[in-house]
Ligand binder design. Sequence first.
Ligand SMILES: Nc1ncnc2c1ncn2[C@@H]1O[C@H](COP(=O)(O)OP(=O)(O)OP(=O)(O)O)[C@@H](O)[C@H]1O
Ligand SMILES: O=P(O)(O)O[C@H]1[C@H](OP(=O)(O)O)[C@@H](OP(=O)(O)O)[C@@H](O)[C@@H](O)[C@@H]1OP(=O)(O)O
Ligand SMILES: [Mg+2]
Length: 337
Amino acid sequence: MTERYRIGYVLTKHIAVFDLFREYARQEFVKLDIGNLSQDRGFFDIIIHKITKLLISSDPDDSDKLAQFEAFLAQHPESIVIDPLEYIRPLVHRGEMLRMLKKSRWAENSTDALFYLPKSAIVRPLSLETVLQSGLKFPLVCKPIAGSASVHSHQILLLPSAEAFAKRLSGELEDYINQNQSCLLQEFVNHDGIIFKCFVIGNKSVHVARPSMKNLKEDEDVHIFDSQRIPKSFAWESNLPSKSEKWDTLFEISPSQDMLDYKNSLLNESRLNAIATSIGRQSNLTLFGFDVIIEASAQKLYIVDINYFPGYDNIPDFNAEFLKTLLDKLRARSRIN
Ligand SMILES: Nc1ncnc2c1ncn2[C@@H]1O[C@H](COP(=O)(O)OP(=O)(O)OP(=O)(O)O)[C@@H](O)[C@H]1O
Ligand SMILES: O=P(O)(O)O[C@H]1[C@H](OP(=O)(O)O)[C@@H](OP(=O)(O)O)[C@@H](O)[C@@H](O)[C@@H]1OP(=O)(O)O
Ligand SMILES: [Mg+2]
């Protein structure tokens, strides 16, 4: 690239790939301090951010920072913002996320959909009564309504049966219920313990298979787990994060090569790209990831989650793709002006 652009960035959490990108891109990067944005810092070609934490926080300090950031963006109409806050907001609320996905090419029942969504309902509060009223069939997963950026938002509760749920209500689930006034309840789809994390950068998407929840046994108990601690690679690829945690009880960390090949054959490149394009159009987002599971035996492909600016861990060509995406946007802007 001959021209050198000025790129402001705000991250409320360290993102390792972004450090490497800054080295690679050789542009002028200006780190912006979210708590101190009032001072004039001149012109920015692009402003990149991940501040999802502020979007879900109820802390007045965070609301203040968010308001400052919004004011800052309003003072920089010349900048390309990656991504505008209004496009990110639906992702931090799991109900809104699903609403957005339902505008893409999905289907609950038809056979020719690009993807399916597990049957879901929002329950408030989480109780045996509200769960039974939802009409959803056990087994279920229960996800905090805030879908991102806090420790609580990644605490997933597995509810195998009404009996197992009832048994734990006045014990180990009490804290969870108090913590999560409102939850997204979702039918559990058996998927042979393999999830595809699909990472999108502009028009490019890449997917990797990762460990996921095993098919459920009949007599399963309730479990709460932190989705961010699920191993990010299979047992033969690396060491597991902590040997003291029994990952292989609930998660499939060593699937057979045949199973992996089979799942991969169902998620071909063109289908994945079509889904990424469909969600990209609907969401208007540049940086996002979505998680796909393929139903055991039925071979239906379900989307269970979308994440804003995910880790992009081990994604080949992330730097080149990200830079190309930024340049395309800059060129499109100069054509307009
Ligand atoms: N409907 C479902 N059926 C079966 N398993 C599911 C379902 N939804 C989620 N899971 C399992 O639970 C895990 C966490 O779910 P989800 O991705 O929705 O949570 P999250 O907190 O948003 O995770 P992330 O850290 O990826 O953002 C998935 O990786 C998958 O193993
Ligand atoms: O850093 P990691 O690789 O764990 O990235 C995770 C990221 O955490 P970060 O906050 O550190 O970016 C999460 O963000 P928040 O929902 O909490 O905002 C979410 O996007 C996960 O899905 C990402 O996992 P991945 O999809 O990449 O596996
Ligand atoms: Mg998520």
